[in-house]
Design a protein around this ligand. Structure first.
Ligand code: SF4
Length: 688
């Protein structure tokens, strides 16, 4: 081969954007990405990717990458060597722990990082500092779905594989902009609809692409989903269409649950949700007639004051109709980030060890104490939401946060930024100097997925390996290495030489991952948790029992929580979510020219009716104001939204960032912010 060919390399990686978990080969020459080539053996995506997986990689070589540690001096930062940064961090952490105890420190891991990065972050927090104050951004998105599933079926994960969704006779999609947020998964539904006559029902505020393609599209009022879902369940039971055999054999709590449904008549649901009785009867009939139903949902359900309860109602409906324990059926909360599933799986939660075992369970804690050779705290720690409150209250003084744009993506951004400002000492580890980094005392340069080895776990509980494509840029380092350096300077005795050592340790301690090892994840090989010691994995999550002592699931009664009202003055509801081309606040995608050329900025979707009433056209710049702050954005007139309903993609970290409008109101069971419960008033800025 010629010299030139020698420099062309092909490396298998996993997409760093969404939770679908597409994997593919990336062809490179030096530090240049030549092309992304999906392979048929890729389990989640086969030969498909979306625009982000294909073109969203220029950020890796962006001139804005952090390549040196930065240390604050007054209002500015100066470059430093790693040793100086480590010394400063270690001394500050030691001092704080001695003075105010370990619980005055907190740790936040990233859903962009690998399982191994998250594992070491929670180990640093628990084993070295001695606090359970550790969390990750699933607190911002799918914790309520996990809660709803824990309550009913015991595991907080998708019931089957992405390919199982293709097998369903009926797919119901609620509160999920699937075609834009999980594009390749949506492609599978579109294909099945076309080739196998799969029926698709979409319930959503907004007429997004999947709504357009659905066999039936219904538009419930904002925040009313629990009511129509419960009414459909009640109607099914009243008709005698429930699966008595399945309930008898596999489910507890039936009588109490049936009684709890009494208020959810079709009349009541019609009044609350705005759906007609006929629409609800049609949904119930479709479920009854289908052999298998998959229920897909996302942030439109979870980011509400009653997000956990609505997720519970979905699982109740699937239990009542016997839609578990078979391929093509069950519950599919669609995970947002590439590794938001894994960040929680690997123990970055204030009350759970890796594999979701509870920190206050003495037997479990003793196992970790033995494994790590230290005493561990038994009291659950603070979650992200509680951390912000604790800082405001003066009970939390130092924070170490990696790969998370907390100052923009947490709700009520002004309030969160005020908290970050109050911290005595704040370490931010990222690949770019983010908005959040502006509040830091030390900023550490990390490496993105292309510059490290590790594993991600996608929405279908699937472990996949990523291999290193490039060397870390400048002085940047993989997150796990940075965390290990800090842990060892604080008295830890960690000897991980490769992420596979970290996985081996996690597998030896967490029964859920007992059989996970890098050997079993070579190339495109993958495993879906739980994984038994002999390497047997679990594509279909529930085969003949649910993970409760008697093997039975539980029907869990829930009540509707009315959405937050911000007062009459704030007359427009601001729905929010993703758009196809950009990812979250956009710190990666806006630095990838292949993407910004197509979509340079966010826009506010307004309905033709509202445009007429307020004199808005495409490009009219408006200011939206809520009781918590304001944003400035250009309008796009579209019939995807109707009436006084607006849609603002979350993909902006400047004047258009949605979280300057959102409040601190949160799901009552998990503290997940109620991002979807936001109203605002509008002022036209230009042209007037
Ligand atoms: Fe990446 Fe998700 Fe697109 Fe797949 S669908 S290429 S995982 S962003």
């Amino acid at each position: 081969a010629s010299m030139r060919e020698n420099r062309i390399e092909k490396t298998k990686t996993v997409c760093t954007y969404c939770g679908v978990g597409c994997s593919f080969d990336v062809w490179t020459k030096d530090r240049q990405v030549l092309k992304v080539e999906p392979q048929s053996e890729a389990p989640a995506n086969g030969i498909s990717t979306c625009v982000k997986g294909k073109f969203g990689w220029e950020f890796v070589n962006s001139e804005e990458r952090l390549t040196k540690p930065l240390i604050r001096e007054g209002d500015a930062f100066r470059e430093a060597e790693w040793e100086e940064a480590y010394d400063l961090i270690v001394n500050k952490f030691k001092e704080e722990k001695e003075k105010n105890g370990p619980d005055s420190l907190a740790f936040i891991t990233s859903s962009k990082c690998t399982n191994e990065d998250s594992y070491v972050m929670q180990k640093l927090s628990r084993a070295v500092i001695g606090t359970n104050n550790v969390d990750n951004c699933s607190r911002y998105c799918q914790s309520p779905a996990t809660m709803g599933l824990w309550r009913t079926v015991g595991y907080g994960g998708d019931s089957g594989s992405i390919t199982d969704i293709e097998k369903a006779e009926l797919v119901i999609i609620t509160g999920s902009n699937t075609a834009e947020a999980h594009p390749v998964l949506a492609t599978r539904v579109k294909r099945s609809q076309k080739l196998h006559g799969q029926k698709v029902i979409v319930a959503d505020l907004r007429k997004h692409e999947m709504a357009d393609r659905a066999d039936r599209f219904v538009q419930p009022k904002a925040g009313s989903d629990l009511v129509w879902i419960s009414a459909v369940t009640k109607y099914i039971i009243d008709q005698g269409w429930h699966d008595s055999e399945f309930l008898e054999e596999h489910v507890n709590g039936i009588d109490e649950y049936m009684e709890s449904l009494a208020p959810y008549t079709l009349d009541y649901a019609e009044e609350v949700t705005g759906l007609t009785k006929e629409e609800m009867i049609e949904i119930a009939t479709s479920i009854h007639e289908a052999e298998t139903t998959c229920f897909l949902w996302a942030m439109g359900i979870t980011q509400h004051g009653g997000g956990s309860d609505t997720s519970t109602a979905i699982s109740n409906l699937m239990l009542v109709t016997g839609n578990y324990m078979k391929p093509g059926a069950g519950t599919y909360p669609l995970r947002g980030h590439n590794n938001v599933q894994g960040a929680s799986d690997f123990g970055s939660m204030p009350d759970r060890f890796p594999g979701y075992e509870k920190v206050h369970d003495d037997a479990v804690r003793e196992r970790y104490e033995k494994g790590w050779g230290v005493d561990l705290p038994a009291e659950p720690g603070l979650n992200n939401h509680e951390m912000v409150e604790a800082i405001h209250d003066g009970n939390l003084n130092m924070m170490y946060l990696k790969g998370e744009e907390m100052g923009i993506v947490d709700s009520n951004a002004n309030y969160v930024q005020e908290a970050l400002e109050k911290l005595d000492f704040f370490v931010v580890q990222d690949i770019f100097f983010s908005k959040t980094a502006e509040f830091a005392d030390v900023v550490l340069p990390a490496s993105p997925s292309f510059e490290k080895e590790g594993t991600f776990t996608n929405t279908e509980r699937r472990f996949q390996r990523l291999y290193q494509v490039f060397d870390p840029l400048g002085d940047s380092k993989p997150d796990w290495k940075i965390i290990m350096e800090i842990a060892n300077r604080l008295g830890g005795d960690w000897n991980f030489e490769h992420p596979s050592d970290i996985m081996d340790e996690a597998a030896s301690l967490a029964p859920m991952f007992a059989g996970v090892s890098y050997d079993r994840l070579e190339g495109y090989d993958s495993l879906q948790w739980p994984v038994a010691e002999d390497g047997t994995d679990t594509p279909l999550l529930f085969k003949d029992r649910f993970p409760f002592p008697d093997g039975k699931a539980k029907l869990f009664p829930v009540e509707w929580t009315k959405p937050l009202e911000m007062g009459e003055e704030y007359d427009l509801h601001v729905n929010n979510g993703r758009m196809l081309e950009h990812f979250h606040e956009g710190n990666l995608t806006y630095k990838s020219e292949g993407i910004t050329k197509k979509t340079p900025s966010v826009f506010l979707e307004v309905s033709p009716e509202l445009a007429e009433e307020r004199g808005l056209e495409d490009g009219t710049v408006v200011r939206l104001t809520s009781p918590y702050g304001n944003v400035k954005v250009p309008c796009l007139v579209t019939d995807r939204v109707k009436g006084k309903e607006l849609y603002l993609p979350m993909n902006d970290s400047g004047e258009g960032a949605i979280n300057y409008l959102t409040s601190s109101h949160a799901d009552k069971d998990t503290d997940t912010p109620a991002y979807k419960e936001v109203s605002a008033k509008m002022e036209v800025l230009e042209p007037k």
